[in-house]
Design a protein around this ligand. Structure first.
Ligand code: GLC
Length: 710
């Protein structure tokens, strides 16, 4: 439909009809067997009015959605189809590694592939949009939703954000097999105070602008069709009614012209925040913030009409919001084909297809981190091996947002090993409490694999913890095994960087498997036995102690920087009881081969504003296995009008280098990379010295420096 026709349609709609387009409800209102329950009954909506809303969340299945859509076409006064949205966060039926694991791949291209596969699979089941990617930066692993983001670094998160959008949407969300993506949660949801979900965000403006907002801006620049408001406050104002965040920053500064959707009842929750006296005020203030869709509250549904009729809300705002929603439906092609890619044939062709199952395996090969290895890995299939720990036999390793996954399809580590390494001498004791006889057997093995960490029920929304350690039962199991066998390989599952210092102490090797998805366990098995050479890196610091949180590599130096990590220094910025540094820092990860870096060379040691210089290193694979190496470029602004982080990631490449071969990698450094918000909050680069580090971790000391001049 042309935009002119859309505007004609808008003009022909009644006030009530326009408001209904701004409402999103879950499927509890539609389909035969559903009953209105609990809060929904308070919305006092049923029948024809239900079929006039703009969108539905959380339903799937072509035939089910077709029947609902047919109800819309029949009952909606202008036969306007609904948009079907759902949380396809990292896969629909076929589940890929959780987003924090994808961040560990240090390969945004992988996330684009995953987004494309998820879009193809879920669109075949009738879905039109996903509430993904979650691009919230997180530096506190007490927050359970760090599982849904790609870690602590603004630059890396931005690359993953744009890749996810491209994967889900392609060049246009109306293309076959593509869906509309939604960047969330705007803004700074990951800065939840004390890591407690839904708590406030207490950031200075500079940290908000420089660290927490870039990934949303990257998603907007990549053309994301929707942005979702966050539950938390910014500047002590709930985001859904925060004019500065929504209008000044998102709409005006970032230029977002797409659909702004509230999180689940987030507009209604402004009353609990104590920021709105009633739902009329909530509706008014959210509308004034250009929030287009009210998800699962009745503020717009039952209160916006009065606000407009009374003149307290400008009717123009409603028209603009409704037009943005109609334009999204038009982009999706729903006026021509309200079912888009949904069909029984497509469901049969794409759901759990071999291509996607294979991708869920190869993705996990890139997301599984080798954190420690004293040489015990890769394991030898001729050696006597035992595997213990209930997580090794658990199917609950797909993630708390794998809501459409069917658990019987998930491969466990135990089943993967039995299938791929049937000839190996492996004793399976996949439980957390073992007998004396089993312990004797373990003591006679050459190596013991111990599965520890968290299953999917321990991370995700509302899953904050005060202690980010493995369970007492797992600690006891590890201690028991260590008492009779020193050759321990710990496999850690979970959706957050746990405190693994006790695990590290008794393990010869530590692997972070995260929540690897439907077929990810195959990858873990292949890494254990060396068929796959690991290349993943830490996307979010693994602390020694929860007490170090929040934690990130790109911290400010402080006025009393700790001279080194050797010991405690009185009256310096350090702890008496634990190091400042994390156990495993951002960018850290091991390989089965070795990569040696040459010195960093610059095309010039002076860079004029507006010009560029090139930084180069040559990397040699000195081991005997081919492998990928995430080459990281960090820059440190030595002196500026405000204190600057000790270093920041500004470039990344992940070349494949064959054993005994070398490769030269170059990065272009430009002025944009050097900009920050100066003491007047102007975004600028200041002249002076900049250090350049290039290496395979954020602790790389391979450095040189240049001067920026006017
Ligand atoms: C939830 C989450 C959000 C999700 C939405 C719809 O509360 O905060 O990420 O997309 O509701 O399920």
């Amino acid at each position: 439909m042309t935009d002119e026709k859309l505007i004609e349609l808008l003009k022909s709609m009644s006030l009530s009809e326009k408001i209904s387009q701004l409402v999103q409800l879950h499927g509890g209102y539609f389909g035969e067997a559903r009953q209105l329950t609990g809060p929904e009954q308070q919305f006092n909506i049923s029948g024809k009015r239900a079929y006039s809303i703009g969108s539905i969340l959380g339903e799937c299945g072509f035939e089910h959605l077709k029947s609902i859509q047919d109800g819309f076409i029949e009952n909606q006064p202008h036969h306007i189809p609904a948009i079907f949205m759902a949380d396809v966060i990292h896969g629909f039926r076929t589940i890929f590694p959780v987003p924090i694991a994808q961040g560990a791949s240090f390969n945004p291209g992988l996330t684009q592939k995953i987004g494309s596969a998820a879009a193809r699979e879920c669109s075949s089941a009738g879905l039109h949009a996903t509430f993904s990617p979650m691009v919230d930066l997180a530096r506190d692993s007490r927050w359970g939703r760090c599982m849904e983001g790609t870690g602590e670094d603004p630059w890396l998160n931005s690359r993953f954000a744009e890749s996810a959008v491209k994967g889900f949407q392609g060049d246009s969300c109306g293309e076959s097999g593509k869906i509309a993506a939604c960047a969330k949660h705007f803004a700074a949801y990951g800065s939840a105070l004390a890591g407690r979900d839904y708590s406030s965000s207490e950031l200075c403006e500079r940290t908000l602008m420089e660290d927490y907002l870039p990934s949303y801006e990257a998603a907007v620049k990549a053309g994301v069709e929707l942005v979702m408001t966050a539950f938390n406050t910014v500047d002590r104002i709930p985001c859904s009614i925060n004019k500065k965040v929504m209008r000044k920053i998102l709409r005006e500064k970032m230029g977002f012209e797409g659909v702004l959707i509230s999180d689940y009842n987030a507009i209604g929750e402004t009353l609990a925040h104590g920021a709105c006296a009633d739902k009329s005020e909530a509706a008014r203030r959210a509308m004034n913030c250009t929030v287009d869709i009210d998800m699962m509250s009745d503020c717009y549904l039952n209160h916006l009409e009065d606000e407009i009729n009374s003149g307290r809300v400008d009717a123009k705002l409603l028209d603009e919001a409704c037009l943005r929603i109609l334009r999204l439906k038009n982009k999706l092609g729903l006026f021509e084909n309200p079912y888009k890619d949904g069909s029984i044939e497509n469901e049969k062709e794409y759901i759990y297809c071999d291509e996607f199952l294979k991708l869920s395996r190869t993705a996990a090969e890139e997301t599984t981190i080798l954190l420690k290895n004293n040489g015990i890995l890769p394991l030898d299939t001729n050696k006597r091996i035992a595997i213990v720990g209930s997580l090794a036999a658990s199917r609950k390793i797909t993630g708390s947002w794998a809501i459409f996954a069917q658990e019987e399809h998930t491969v466990t580590l135990e089943s993967a090993l039995k299938e791929l390494y049937a000839d190996a001498d492996i004793t399976y004791i996949c439980k957390d409490v073992i007998t004396a006889e089993e312990l004797l057997k373990i003591s006679q093995c050459d190596a013991v694999i111990v599965a520890v960490g968290e299953d999917q029920s321990r991370s995700g929304e509302g899953k904050s913890v005060a202690e980010t350690v493995i369970s007492e039962e797992q600690s006891a199991l590890l201690g028991l095994v260590a008492s009779c066998n020193k050759n321990i390989v710990s496999i850690v599952f979970g959706g957050r960087p746990l405190c693994l210092s006790d695990v590290d102490e008794v393990s010869s090797a530590v692997i972070e498997a995260w929540l690897p998805g439907t077929c990810g366990a195959y990858a873990v098995a292949d890494i254990l036995f060396g068929r796959v050479n690991p290349s993943a890196r830490v996307p979010m610091s693994f602390p020694y102690s929860t007490g170090q949180l929040p934690l990130c590599y790109s911290e400010l130096p402080s006025g009393r920087p700790k001279p080194n990590e050797e010991r405690y220094y009185p009256f310096m910025s350090n702890y008496m009881d634990v190091p400042n540094k994390p156990l495993y820092p951002f960018g850290h990860g091991l390989s089965y081969t070795r990569f040696e870096y040459s010195d960093v060379s610059l095309s010039s040691d002076v860079m004029k504003k507006g010009e560029t210089i090139t930084a180069e290193v040559t990397i040699k694979n000195t081991g005997d296995m081919d492998g990928f190496e995430p080459v990281q470029l960090y820059i440190h602004d030595v002196k500026a009008s405000v204190s600057r982080p000790v270093r920041q990631l500004k470039g990344l490449q992940k070349p494949f280098i064959k054993a005994d071969e070398s490769l030269t990698v170059s990065f272009t450094i430009d002025e944009e990379m050097l900009k920050f918000y100066d003491e007047d909050m102007d975004f600028t680069a200041e002249t002076g010295e900049f250090e350049v580090f290039i290496g395979g971790t954020s602790e790389a000391m391979n450095r040189t420096s240049f001067w920026l001049e006017d």
